[in-house]
Design a protein around this ligand. Structure first.
Ligand code: ZN
Ligand code: ZN
Length: 1005
């Protein structure tokens, strides 16, 4: 321990920065919220700023490979030579391929042409061109390719020289009818291009889903120097969103602004759609709000973006705005909003949308019904979901499965009925329905129901299906029917990783986990190559087994499978080694990993924190940040826990500032860890300030502050907090009561404690755990009510553990009860012969009575059992560096100054009338030796050092690994008065705040 602490050197400027850390707590009020994601605020207003610098040349960056490989022009055989050499033989009189049911447009073409010929009207060339263009436009709008071809044929046969209008109409008709090769050939044939012909071609490709080609064509067009119009831009944006090229999309956005098309409704909607589909909701929102006019398309684009992000709240907010703006609401909007309600579990809004659907008359729409079903089932309204389901005319297997799994999740018995109905309706269950039913049974933990489905599965012949088999294995394993699970597994014909995983999941329990090595070797024998997920699962079991030997074997296989560099497997390995207390092996694996994400870092940091190496944990933490990995709440909390264990306040404060920087202060998990850290480091004011600054508090946070108050002997505040907790509607749990009871015990409030103990059982229905009983025994024992203690232990329903007897022994020492003490010690020697404190306490009891023979006997017993007494040790943090002192220590570099200071303090103590309590020296030595022995107790060395090396107004915080002795307690009280310093000592049981000659424990400890 000593070496550990001496190596702790922190370079954090704790003094000067302290002011920065601490006062922030009261500042964290809603009015001064720290941004959760500061980077989003700093993100430049990209497209808007880019406008200045954007030039058309910017678009040339994306140089297309033209023609692209997206669309293979391999249909060349049907396209002989040049288009206008007459690529189809067009008969003068058009045959009627479709029969008497002529399409209206065809009739128009024929009759129109016939009339003209019959009437002998000779059209001048201009009229002729216009007429052909008109025909082609009509064909394009109807999507009739054959008629378009026919018109094209007439143009060729009649030897018409097309003007630019007709050329465009030709490109357009092929593009609109999906005949992209022809469109492209006509386009290539054109003597002159313009923006309209380009747009016609591009939109043809984009409409057919060839976004990449659309993007390439757009770039080519820009390179050729054509300025896009709003239609081109809309098409280009659509193309960008199709192939998610956000960068180009932003350049197009700049063009939109340049050509002044920004206020165009269609362009605006396309922009919103592009950003929403790319997940850039902030930009989408900004464009949307700038649009002077909005339609259903733009609203839906934005809504869909939020739906994609799963942001139900935002969807609902937006929908409210939409209804206020009196926008017409279509079924797609409603379905999107329902998705939002389902994701955020917002039933009330969902019901409102439902009523809107009824009002709009689209309730019975199949598409919307499925969304309604989904919403009700996710909001836990199985009955409402069932009603919707009943109205679906012809439910398909998807709706059936959705309904069945919804009922399964809610534990409704109709599920089986529905299943029967489904079979009745002639819908044959498929493997998905069946495996979803099995999963439902698994989640319900209903084995008999699961078995009945298993019977169905055999009847329908699905037992050989891989997904059904996997679901069955998982169900049997999870419900504890390991043998049945193994049987299904053995019978499966094709096993995959999921099957092995399902099988192994049954062996996590203590009794069965020794099967792991056997199953693993069977897997190897069967030649099954494990993948990273399976290794992860296996390693997890090793850490729960603490079977490092097996873990190392698995590690060897991982290396053999060349998965050692995989960060996922690597993290599992590190975790396994760290949990098995092989931190050095963990570090080796960690250092070899190339890619380390936040989980990997968290695992190694937790490893350090749990082995009381807070300084290394914090160092690791800063390195992680330097490497650009953002910590999550678990990283921060586990680091903070490390600091609270050994009370390194400077490290904790540094972490506090990191928490603020990371914007994680609102996280309950992190906040609790912070409160706990300050509490354990003796800074109760800071713990309190953080607690009070939080807007919402959960049970864990309340428990933390209650326990902090209890440890600091602020019983009044602990009880008050437990009352406020109830006032705020937070339910207490068993930990809350441990806090409350230990507060009562520290304060010596026996009646209050008994009252709370009864509340625990009778009002909250919590079965008292051994910790609660320990608190009660402690409470009675401290007050010296040994008869009651004995009765209590006899009457309590649990078998007394070591912690109970240890508490009894402590109380016996406090009151000098030799007889009961001996009995308690005997129990302890039986239960935990290796625990040093029981021998020490017993010998202390004998020593207090001067029974030195018995003391020697206990010491002999102790050395016979080769138990060593943990040396008393205290530590104090000065200038962010931890200094450790053992009792009678003389190794500190400043030991001379420390002894001089102790000498000076001794004289002051004597003149203040202090007489040392010799009975606290537990060795059979002379009084002079006893006095010296007392004077060199570790906490006094720590105090003297702190006095000579810190600012005279600073509170001194000392931490001790054992209980403070009665004499040191007296001395600290007197010294706090003489030196006018506040001294806080954390011993193994609680905190003592010494100030102006008194202690916060009121000498009751
Ligand atoms: Zn002492
Ligand atoms: Zn005290």
């Amino acid at each position: 321990m000593e070496c550990d602490f001496f190596s702790l050197k922190m370079h954090s400027p704790s003094h000067s920065l302290r002011g920065l850390f601490l006062p922030v707590c009261p500042l964290i009020t809603p009015s001064v919220q720290f941004p959760k994601k500061p980077h989003t605020l700093l993100r430049p207003l990209l497209p808007f700023i880019q406008l200045k610098s954007s030039s058309c040349a910017a678009l040339d960056i994306v140089e297309p490979n033209y023609p692209t490989s997206d669309l293979a022009f391999n249909n060349t055989r049907s396209l002989p030579g040049r288009v206008h050499d007459g690529f189809w033989k067009i008969p003068r009189k058009l045959p009627n391929p479709i029969g008497p049911n002529l399409l209206p447009s065809r009739r128009i073409i024929e009759t129109d042409a016939k009339c003209r010929i019959e009437r002998g009207v000779s059209l001048n060339s201009k009229e002729m061109l216009r007429w052909y263009s008109g025909m082609l436009r009509m064909c394009a709008s109807k999507g009739s390719l054959n008629e378009g071809k026919a018109v094209h044929g007439q143009v060729i046969i009649n030897g018409v020289e097309p003007d630019s209008h007709l050329w465009i109409s030709l490109v357009n008709v092929y593009a609109k009818c999906g005949s992209l090769e022809c469109a492209r050939r006509v386009f290539d044939e054109m003597p002159e291009w313009n923006v309209v012909s380009w747009t016609a071609l591009i939109s043809g490709f984009v409409d057919e889903g060839y976004g990449r080609v659309g993007v390439d064509l757009f770039c080519k067009m820009r390179k050729e120097g054509f300025r896009p119009n709003e239609f081109t831009l809309t098409t280009a944006l659509k193309a960008c969103s199709m192939c998610s090229t956000l960068d180009l999309g932003k350049q197009v956005h700049a063009e939109v602004i340049k050509v002044g098309a920004f206020s165009d409704l269609i362009v605006g909607s396309a922009l919103v759609d592009l950003y929403a589909k790319s997940g850039e909701m902030e930009l989408a929102r900004r464009v949307f709000s700038c649009m002077p006019e909005k339609n259903a398309v733009s609203w839906n684009a934005l809504l869909n973006g939020y739906a994609q992000m799963g942001d139900g709240k935002e969807i609902l907010k937006l929908f409210c705005e939409m209804t206020v703006s009196e926008m017409k609401i279509c079924k797609f909007t409603l379905s999107t909003v329902l998705k939002g309600c389902a994701n955020s579990g917002n039933l009330r809004e969902g019901q409102a949308v439902h009523s809107l659907a009824i009002r709009n008359g689209c309730e019975l729409d199949e598409f919307l019904s499925c969304s309604l079903l989904d919403m009700y089932s996710k909001c836990g309204m199985a009955d409402a979901a069932l009603k919707v389901f009943g109205r679906i005319k012809d439910p398909d297997i998807v709706s059936w499965s959705a309904m069945i799994s919804c009922l399964g999740q809610q534990g409704k018995s109709q599920e089986a009925e529905l299943f029967h109905l489904m079979r009745h309706a002639g819908v044959r269950p498929n493997q998905f329905t069946l495996s979803s039913l099995v999963s439902a049974a698994t989640d319900l933990g209903d084995l008999s129901y699961g078995e009945s489905i298993h019977a169905f599965i055999c009847k329908f012949g699905f037992e050989s299906d891989n997904s059904v088999g996997n679901a069955l294995v998982r169900m049997y394993m999870k419900t504890g029917s390991v043998r049945d699970g193994c049987r299904v597994f053995e019978a499966m014909s094709d096993r995959d990783v999921v099957s092995w995983n399902a099988l192994l999941s049954g062996f996590h329990e203590k009794e069965t986990c020794n099967q792991w090595p056997r199953i693993f070797s069977q897997m190897l024998v069967e030649g099954f190559k494990s993948n990273m997920y399976l290794f992860d699962s296996i390693l997890r079991s090793c850490s729960s087994l603490s079977n490092v030997g097996f873990g190392k074997q698995v590690h060897a296989h991982i290396v053999k499978n060349s998965l050692a560099g995989n960060d996922f497997v690597g993290t599992a390995l590190i975790d396994m080694y760290a949990k098995s207390n092989c931190l050095e092996d963990a570090v080796v694996v960690f250092n070899r990993l190339i890619e380390r994400d936040v989980f990997t870092w968290t695992v190694i940091i937790t490893g350090y924190a749990q082995t009381d190496q807070a300084e290394k944990a914090v160092k690791c933490f800063s390195q992680m940040q330097r490497e650009g990995v953002t910590p999550n709440e678990f990283t921060l909390a586990s680091c903070l826990n490390g600091c609270s264990h050994i009370a390194t306040l400077a490290n904790g404060q540094q972490l506090h500032s990191m928490v603020i920087k990371a914007g994680q202060l609102g996280d309950m998990f992190v906040a609790s860890a912070l409160v706990d850290m300050y509490g354990k480091c003796g800074c109760i004011e800071d713990a309190e300030a953080i607690f009070k600054s939080l807007v919402s508090r959960d049970t864990i946070l309340w428990n933390t502050i209650i326990c902090v108050y209890a440890q600091h002997g602020q019983g009044e505040k602990a009880l008050e907090a437990s009352r406020s907790m109830l006032d705020e509607g937070t339910m207490p749990d068993e930990i809350t009561f441990i806090g409350v009871l230990s507060a009562c015990s520290h304060m010596g409030w026996i009646e209050e404690g008994k009252k709370h103990f009864n509340l625990l059982r009778n009002i909250y229905g919590i079965a008292p755990t051994i910790q609660h009983h320990t608190c009660m025994v402690d409470m009675l024992g401290r007050a010296g009510r040994f008869d009651e203690v004995e009765r209590y232990i006899e009457e309590m329903k649990l078998i007394p553990t070591a912690s109970i007897w240890e508490t009894v022994l402590g109380a016996c020492k406090l009151h000098g009860n030799v007889e009961f003490g001996e009995r308690a010690a005997d129990k302890l020697f039986e239960l935990v012969p290796e625990m040093d404190s029981s021998y020490v306490l017993l010998s202390n009891i004998f020593a207090l009575k001067g029974r030195w023979d018995d003391v020697r006997k206990v010491r002999t017993l102790m050395s016979d059992q080769s138990v060593k007494k943990e040396p008393g040790c205290s530590w104090v943090e000065v200038d962010a560096q931890v200094h450790v002192f053992l009792s009678q220590d003389s190794s500190h570099p400043k030991i001379r100054d420390i002894y001089l200071k102790l000498e000076e303090l001794g004289q002051k103590l004597t003149s203040a009338g202090y007489i040392p309590k010799m009975e606290h020296v537990l060795h059979d030595v002379t009084d002079k030796e006893k006095k010296e022995n007392l004077f060199h107790h570790s906490e006094r060395l720590a105090l003297a050092f702190a006095l000579i090396s810190t600012n005279p107004r600073k509170t001194i915080r000392i931490y001790k690994n054992l209980r403070i002795c009665g004499d040191c307690h007296d001395v600290m009280k007197v010294l706090s008065d003489i030196t006018n310093r506040e001294i806080v000592i954390r011993d193994i049981k609680r905190f003592h705040h010494f100030k102006n000659g008194t202690c916060s424990c009121q000498d009751y400890w």
